[in-house]
Design a binder for this molecule. Structure first.
Ligand SMILES: Cc1cc2nc3c(=O)[nH]c(=O)nc-3n(C[C@H](O)[C@H](O)[C@H](O)COP(=O)(O)OP(=O)(O)OC[C@H]3O[C@@H](n4cnc5c(N)ncnc54)[C@H](O)[C@@H]3O)c2cc1C
Length: 424
């Protein structure tokens, strides 16, 4: 490979904040909001033009799993757009999330990409961003990496794993919406095991035969708008969300699948005969990439045995192992829907968020320390939003007290979380 040596140059310093949140998805939103509400000077940096990540720019269908308390419950109520409390209207969500951050005094930097870290030995002091305004530096006391892929932690040199043991990661999907659905007759398919009988056979089996592989499963969710249904049906495997070539390949493959999927819906599913495409996500949905090394790695037993950690910071979380097939359509052999029987909630300890050697940095959202299988459960939006809620609290207390996150008295963290409606 040929290399170009970039000459050094002066970069304007655009600010200095106490808490810097990079990534404005559900986890970053929770983190920035709680830190801002605790009175810390907080900034959120986001590549796209909207707050919300996969929830909004990714035009997501619904909140999955169970999560009680905290910012998640508050947002779900404020952004609710119909009778169902699960169904999301991403357009309403964009407005509500932005307004809540503004009310908390958070500095909002949209259309801004994280580019590099500013380190002093093993301590993260700030970042360099790239935007229409050029390269800029921002200093901070504590940074919460909420980029999903953990772009900041990777640049800071925190070791990570990707996917299962052979590196295989969950597939990518571009969500899309169809209108013109006859809602009185339409059926919805919330999971891979939901199906119906067709004259041609079982719907999910017909899907495997007729849809362009590796698409092949039928997942269709009602929206809050009349005649509009959200589809989670495009599917691309063997791609890595931290590799731009792979992202482009996946984007093209998903878009090629959409018209075939719509023809399939019209042909086979009652109520969808006259459906047509009205929207698709500007951001391809990446389910899984880097999971970083921290002081503790959450594993599947911690979830299936509903473990309660002494240093819990996320509580009352419940979800099965939603492992999409790494090698094709449908549920992975290691995934568990109906076989998952635990109905008690699990907790996530603070140690999963704190990288071992690097100071001034917290992990957050789907990039925290966990196994491939555990990740398939804790990655859902309600749970990662309350991870963010907790990380905002921890970062604010760390700055206030001038202490490393693991040196803060855990009882004081619990007492602050309980003021924010997060208890065991
Ligand atoms: C296709 C798909 C379907 C899903 N379905 C559901 C569902 O129905 N219900 C549910 O609850 N969960 C669902 N999930 C899971 C859930 O959406 C994600 O796991 C969750 O959004 C992760 O939140 P996050 O904040 O960690 O990351 P993300 O939502 O990915 O947000 C990361 C944010 O960081 C920004 N960012 C990334 N890199 C940079 C950078 N270098 N500089 C600046 N900003 C950056 C991104 O633009 C993005 O806004 C789904 C996920 C996918 C992919």
């Amino acid at each position: 490979m040929k290399y170009y040596i970039e000459p050094s140059k002066e970069i304007p310093v655009k600010g200095s904040v106490e808490v810097l949140v990079v990534g404005g998805g559900p986890s970053g939103f929770g983190a920035a909001l709680s830190s801002g509400r605790m009175g810390r000077k907080t900034m959120i940096v986001e590549s796209y033009g909207a707050i919300g990540g996969v929830a909004t720019t990714g035009i997501m269908s619904h909140w999955t799993g169970h999560q009680e308390g905290g910012i998640f419950e508050e947002l779900r109520e404020k952004a609710r757009d119909c009778e169902s409390e699960e169904v999301i209207n991403p357009e309403k969500l964009k407005i509500v999330m932005l307004k809540m951050l503004q009310e908390a005094g958070v500095i909002i930097k949209l259309y801004t990409n994280f580019s590099d870290v500013i380190m002093e030995e093993d301590t993260l002091r700030g970042i360099i961003t790239e935007s229409k305004s050029g390269r800029e530096a921002i200093y901070c006391d504590m940074l919460i990496d909420s980029t999903g892929d953990g772009d900041v932690a990777a640049k800071a040199g925190v070791p990570f794993e990707k996917g299962r043991q052979d590196g295989g990661m969950q597939p990518m999907t571009i969500m899309f919406k169809v209108a013109g659905v006859d809602m009185d007759r339409a059926m919805f398919f919330w999971g891979f095991e939901d199906t119906m009988k067709l004259p041609e056979g079982d719907l999910q089996t017909v899907g495997r035969k007729e849809l362009p592989s590796p698409a092949g499963h039928i997942l269709l969710y009602p929206s809050s708008l009349p005649g509009v249904v959200t589809a989670n049906m495009t599917n691309v495997i063997n791609v890595d969300g931290t590799n731009t070539e792979d992202l482009i390949k996946a984007e093209i493959q998903c878009r090629e699948q959409i018209s075939e999927i719509i023809k399939f819906l019209r042909r086979h599913i009652p109520g969808y005969e006259g459906c047509y495409l009205i929207d698709s996500a500007n951001m391809i949905g990446v389910r899984e990439t880097r999971r970083f090394e921290a002081h503790y790695q959450l594993n599947e037993r911690d979830i299936s045995e509903a473990c309660v950690f002494d240093d819990w910071v996320v509580s009352k979380s419940r979800f099965f192992f939603d492992l999409h097939n790494v090698e094709g359509a449908g549920l992975d052999a290691d995934g568990e829907y109906k076989t998952f029987t635990q109905d008690k909630p699990f907790t996530i300890p603070l140690r999963c968020f704190v990288p071992k050697r690097i100071r001034g940095l917290l992990l957050n959202g789907r990039n925290i320390s966990g196994t491939h299988k555990a990740h398939s459960s804790y990655r859902v939006m309600p749970i990662v939003m309350n991870m963010g809620n907790a990380m905002g609290v921890v970062a604010a207390m760390s700055v206030n007290q001038g202490k490393h996150p693991l040196e803060i008295d855990i009882d004081t963290i619990h007492s602050e979380l309980s003021k924010q409606n997060i208890t065991l």
